[in-house]
Every structure is written in C-alpha cells, then in structure tokens.
Design a protein around this ligand. Structure first.
Ligand code: SAH
Length: 544
C-alpha cells in the first residue's frame, strides 16, 4: 500500500521547523509531527517517547530532529519488537548532520543519502558493506525480496573479507555498484523466483497466482503448487481471482498468509503457466506491480473521530484514516480528520447530504477503493453508520456490487461520554440518550420519549438541543422535564468539548433555558440521585 508508511518527521521545537520543512519537500506525503505545547506542525503529539514508539510499532519511517541519544533512549524498549524495524534517522536541528540509526534492510541509508543531498551534507553512513560497495546489498528495491537475511549478512562479510562475486539473473539496481566482480567468483548473487540454497538469494516478485475457485484451502493449494515448482513464496506478487470470489474468506486468509495483495479480474491470459488444483501460477520475467492487475476488494469503514481532539480518537480510527484512499464526510469533520497525504482524497459535503454521501462511498468502495466515512463522536449514534446501512438497504437489489464491499464500523467517544467525563460521572447509573431534532422523527414522539425517560428516572443526554429552525423546542422539552424533576436537579452543558474554545457549565434545571444552548452543546440532565461533591457531579451506582 503505497504511501501508508510515508515518512514521519518529528520535531520538538520551533528551531527545527525550518529543517523539517526542507526535508518534507523531498518526501511527498510526509508529515511533520510537533510537540503540541511548543510547535505548530501538521500533526500534534503530547509525549515524545510514546509518540515515537507508536510510530515505530506502526512500521512508520521516522526522521527525528534531535540528538541520536534521545531517539535511542526513546526507542530502546521497542527494539525487541521483531515485527517492526522501520528506518529511523536522527537529523541535527540546524541541518548539519544526518545519522541513520535503524532499519538497515529497509533502506535507511537510502533515506539518509536523500536527506543528505537535500540538505547539502554527507550522511553519516556506518554500514561497512555499504561504504565499500556504495550499495546495501541486503536492501533490494521494491518488487524484490531478500530470501534470508542471515545468509545475506554472511555473504557481505565474505565480500568484505576479500571474496569475489558474480550475479546470476537480472539486478539492474546493482549495475553501478562498485562490487568485487569476477566471472569465476565462488560467491553468487542469485536473482530468481526459485528456491536456491547458497549465496545471496533475491527473489523478484514475479509470480502471480490465479485462483479459479476458492472453495478449497487456497493457502495449502498454493503452498503445494509453489513447492512443486520450486518457487519461493517470497516471489509471489499477488493472488488474483475472478470477481465472483471477492467475499471468499479462504482467499483473504491466503493473501494474509503469503502477505501479498489480493486482486480481482474477469480472467487472465498467461504465457508460461503451471496449473495446479484450482490454481495456476504464472511467471512474469520481471517483478509485477499488483496494482496493475484488475482491482482490489474495496473497503468501507465508518469511523468515529471522538469529540474533536486527537487524544480522544481511538488508535483504530487513526489507523483506518492512515489506510484510507478516500475520506468522505461533513466538511467540519473531514477537516477534523486531516491532514491527509497527497495520495489521499477528501470529499467534503454538506451536513444534510448523508444518503448521497453514503451512496458515493459505496460507489468508490465497489471500484476497489479503501474508503473511510467520518462522523464526530461515535458513528453509530445519530450519525453516518446508520445512513450507510440505509443506503445499502435501499440499493441492495439494484447494486449487487455494493454487497461485496468489506465493511467495518469503528466506534468513537460519543459527546455525552466526553462531556460527562469533564463534569465527573453524571452518567454513572442508568441513563438514556435522546436527540431533540425533529428532522427525522415527529415532535410528539420526542415529547413522549422525554416523559417516559423522566418517569423512569434516567439521567438524560440530549443531542441536537436547538437550532435556528426550531428556537423554542428546547424550552418545550425542558417544560416536560420540569414536571418530573425538582428545580435543583443538576444539568451539565458541554459546548465544543474537546475542540478549541471548549466550555463546560453546570446549572440547575430551574436556571436552564434555551438561551444557554445551541447545536454545539451537549445537555446532560441528572436523575433524582445525581449530586455534587466539591466541584464534581456524579450519579451514584446504588439506587434506593
Ligand atoms: N455522532 C455524534 C453525535 C452527532 S449529533 C456523537 O456520537 O457524539 C450532533 C450533536 O452532538 C450536537 O448537536 C451536540 O449536541 C452533540 N455534540 C457532538 N460533538 C460535541 C462536542 N464536541 N461537544 C458538545 N456536544 C457535541
């Protein structure tokens, strides 16, 4: 997935910003991350160490503009994590030095050279093989995979100790490397999709597996087929199947097992093919770009951004955003989810166009895009998740292609939860949530529900309390509440919670009126047991 692991440039203060932006210009799609209280960057973080470890665990290349020591100490506890070793570099704030630290086989030295060139300085390369040969033999370019890192390291040590080498197969990226070549060399670099025992083996990803019917254990069939033809699983570029197999779990499992993309098209024309049980292996003579074959299975993920601030957005929502190609939503929320990389597209619409937005999301997803629809708070609470299902329900017969889209809903921190937390624990016992908007339901239903909720003595969280189109409805709603609750019942008014200009007020039901609320306010009315302790409000867990 191109761009997902775009470089993160991390700065601690304003002094480093200039250098950070110079580096950013050379890496399209990269973002500058800045310490929230000190610097205004593309992405704000609160804790340097925690943020660096989060990026590292997500396999994100890191360029930190601070001392190498700070980076080493911050990442020390993460180094045992064998699943990730993204490139990590330290760059001096004044652009005078670039030091590659980690990610030798993931091209850290290439990035160091690029940054060095951009800043007009020599990178501090310390890898002996690379210094000698001008190339890291163990970091082949995209489209190729190193068979075995330990073999590789031994191979490079042998060359450093004076052995000679030759190349079998095509390795265009090594054409200019200063290597100790000899026609009769005993050490061989083999560029081949086949399993090969000795030397430095690099597999071009040039094998395409076509799976006709996914009604078998695809993973096992492919393993057998590859083994029969002595092809390395690392040479697999993609698994391809007909459109009709898009929702197959066996295929998805196989793609995960081989860590390759899954693509779909009507049929494939092959020249050199090995046919096995339900599968055919095709060998191209150079690495194949999976994106050039048919399309992927599209995904549609509806996410909740939380009330507004980055800290209250879940990691699952963040990772869905990082993975997205298209982001759809009401303009305010799409902005809340930004910044986006240059390879991502934002589609902003008016707040009232929910169904149209949902249909658009399906269209994009059924073309194979990774689509994210954003809501504030939780997407399943008066928000886009239901709208997306309404669209699916409506279009179910007319758009069979929508049904193949891979669906997910990622929950978020809903406004009453964020507001309640600011005030204490007013929702600590039974409560209900009600929207006061009569756009999509009749007002008499709203009145009836308020009365029932009051009668049941539930604490109540009111969404959409008031709009310009219905200025007096909030007061009418509270009139009903007053029939059941005493005037000193505590009421929490949270406005723009988690957003700039956040305000929190506690008033009594007696003081409450429509002039205190607007569409950006969350209103929590306590139950008969909601009480104050110091500056806090809470509803005890017991009930008499
Ligand atoms: N899906 C959202 C709710 C959307 S309805 C959620 O789960 O929070 C919109 C209403 O939610 C607004 O009229 C307001 O009453 C409330 N709301 C949403 N975000 C808020 C915030 N940050 N602060 C206060 N109220 C908010």
């Amino acid at each position: 997935m191109a761009g997902v692991n775009a470089i993160s440039i991390v700065v601690l203060n304003d002094v480093a910003m200039d250098t950070a932006r110079r580096i950013q210009e050379h890496f399209p799609g990269s973002n500058v991350h800045g310490l929230a209280c000190r610097v205004n960057a593309d992405i704000a973080y609160e804790d340097f160490g925690a943020h660096l470890r989060e990026l590292y665990a997500a396999n994100t290349p890191i360029v930190a503009l601070c001392s190498a020591g700070i980076v080493i100490r911050a990442l020390a506890s993460s180094l045992d994590d064998k699943r990730a070793e993204p490139p990590v570099l330290a760059v001096a704030q004044d652009a005078s030095a670039v030091v590659p630290l980690l990610g030798g086989t993931r091209g850290v030295n290439v990035i160091a050279r690029d940054i060095g060139a951009a800043l007009g300085i020599a990178p501090a390369i310390t890898t002996s093989g690379e210094l000698r040969f001008g190339q890291c033999l163990l970091a082949p370019p995209e489209g190729y995979a190193l068979a075995d890192i330990e073999h590789g390291k031994r191979f490079v040590s042998d060359l450093l100790a004076g052995e000679t080498m030759r190349i079998e197969g095509r390795a265009p990226w090594l054409d200019d490397a200063v290597l100790p070549r000899a026609d009769d060399a005993s050490r061989v670099v083999r560029i081949t999709p086949r399993v090969a025992g000795d030397g430095l083996v690099i597999h071009p990803r040039c094998v395409i597996a076509w799976v006709d019917h996914a009604d078998v254990d695809v993973t096992e069939c492919l393993r057998v087929a590859l083994r029969e033809h002595e092809l390395s699983p690392l040479a697999l570029a993609a698994i391809v199947a007909p459109f009709g197999e898009m929702t197959s779990n066996a295929l998805a499992k196989a793609a995960r097992a081989f860590d390759v993309p899954l693509r779909f098209c009507e049929s494939m024309l092959f020249t050199e093919t090995y046919v096995g049980q339900g599968t055919a292996l095709h060998l191209a003579d150079a690495p194949v770009d999976p994106d050039s074959i048919g399309q992927a299975r599209g995904t549609l993920t509806v996410i909740g951004l939380g009330p507004g601030c980055a800290e209250l957005m879940t990691p699952a929502a963040k990772s869905a955003l990082a993975d997205a190609q298209d982001i759809l939503g009401y303009e305010t929320y799409v902005r809340m989810a930004s910044p986006f990389r240059s390879d991502q597209r934002a589609h902003m619409t008016d707040n009232c166009e929910e169904l149209q937005r949902a249909r658009h999301a399906f269209e994009l997803a059924s073309e194979g895009h990774r689509v994210v629809v954003v809501s504030s708070g939780d997407p399943g609470v008066f928000a886009m998740a239901s709208a997306v299902f309404e669209a699916l329900d409506d279009g179910y017969a007319a758009h069979p292609e929508w049904r193949t889209v891979k669906f997910a809903i990622v929950p978020g921190v809903s406004a009453p939860l964020a507001t309640a937390a600011c005030a204490g624990a007013p929702l600590g016992h039974d409560f209900c949530v009600l929207s006061l908007s009569d756009n999509l339901k009749p007002w008499d239903v709203i009145e009836k529900r308020i009365a029932h909720a009051c009668e049941a003595d539930l604490a109540m969280a009111f969404y959409n309390p008031l709009s310009k189109a219905r200025p007096s409805q909030f007061d009418r709603a509270m009139e009903i509440v007053r029939r059941y609750r005493v005037p000193h019942t505590p009421v929490v008014l949270g406005r723009d919670i988690g957003r700039p200009g956040e305000t929190l007020r506690v008033v009594t039901l007696g003081e409450l009126h429509g002039g205190l609320v607007d569409m950006r306010t969350m209103v929590i009315v306590g139950s008969s047991t909601t009480r104050a302790v110091g500056d806090w409000l809470y509803t005890p867990r017991w009930y008499k």
